[in-house]
Design a protein. Structure first.
Length: 320
């Protein structure tokens, strides 16, 4: 698939980019002179792409949420930069050739993920799954529920998504405890090493952590044990940052509750005990997938293409 005309000798100064969507110039303004756009959505067979075109591609914007599309990398010998539309790039980075920069989708999913985190919290605190079941069963059995207002919520992973979560929590009159890898006293951000002292005071914990060697299993048995009875654990980051084996006895006993958009393993097997544990609400890794994503992603891609064509630094470079 391509938007480009066949190359000629006069095209030596052209800039070739590979995008997941056609016609972005119609919605976001004409491309700079010399930009030659090729399109691959990751769903059509990659062998449909011209080898001649791929040999010239310098910037590749990878299709979003299409497993396995990284197999195209060996066919891009002129590649200088890869733009992903996801925030996490930990599995991609080892596959990218040396000298090729990786740029992530930071900020694209902030609003969507924060909305979903808030939705999970409210659903758990106000027992929405119970009321849905009661509606289907024809029951009318009202009672008082927990609330979000006046709760102490520890946001573990205080980056752009964590900050978006905080804004929504504050609007619901919750108190937020900010936690990041390193303390930032000027922002009242506490370090993760302080969690043992912070968790006993938390009614809710929201994990917005990326996956890397330092975060895998970071929230485990000790952290869960430090939480007070009936606390809610919410994970909208990466499944492996929360120790499933440690979580299971806490939720099966009813001591803790959980609301999870990401799990370990993922996809979660149909008969996994988390699915039937009391007080557990699970969604299938959909926090970032809302209507706000595509327009924001298109604006980022259009800006990155213009930057690349003009020799300017690209945004969101991943540095580890």
């Amino acid at each position: 698939m391509t938007d480009a005309a066949p190359s000629t000798a006069a095209d030596s100064a052209a800039v070739d980019v590979l995008l997941p969507w056609p016609d972005l110039d119609r919605r976001h303004g004409a491309w700079p002179a010399g930009v030659r756009v090729h399109v691959w959505d990751g769903l059509t067979p990659s062998y449909d792409l011209s080898d001649e075109a791929l040999r010239r591609v310098g910037l590749w914007v990878m299709p979003y949420a299409v497993p396995g599309c990284e197999v195209l990398l060996p066919r891009l010998p002129a590649l200088r930069a890869v733009q992903t539309l996801s925030a996490g790039v930990e599995k991609l980075v080892p596959l990218v050739p040396e000298g090729v920069t990786v740029h992530n989708g930071r900020s694209l999913h902030d609003a969507s993920t924060a909305e979903h985190a808030l939705g999970l919290i409210l659903a758990a605190q106000r027992e929405l799954p119970r009321w849905v079941a009661d509606q289907a069963a024809g029951r009318w059995e009202p009672h008082f529920t927990r609330s979000l207002a006046d709760c102490r919520v520890a946001v573990v992973g205080y980056g752009s998504i964590g900050q978006a979560v905080e804004r929504r929590l504050l609007a619901c009159e919750a108190e937020v405890i900010r936690v990041a890898r390193r303390a930032r006293p000027e922002q009242d951000v506490r370090a993760v090493r302080e969690l043992p002292a912070l968790l006993p005071e938390a009614d809710i914990v929201v994990l917005t952590l990326p996956e890397n060697p330092s975060t895998v299993g970071m929230f485990g048995a000790a952290e869960l044990a430090a939480l007070p009875d009936d606390a809610l654990v919410v994970n909208v980051g990466r499944g492996r940052t929360l120790d499933t084996a440690a979580l299971l006895p806490e939720v099966t006993s009813g001591r803790l509750r959980a609301a999870l958009d990401v799990t370990d393993p993922e996809p979660l097997p149909a008969r996994h005990p988390l699915r039937t544990s009391p007080g557990v609400l699970i969604t299938p890794h959909v926090a970032g997938g809302s209507a706000s994503f595509r327009p924001r992603a298109e604006r980022l891609v259009a800006d990155q293409v213009r930057r690349f064509a003009g020799g300017e630094p690209l945004r969101n470079r991943f540095t580890g």
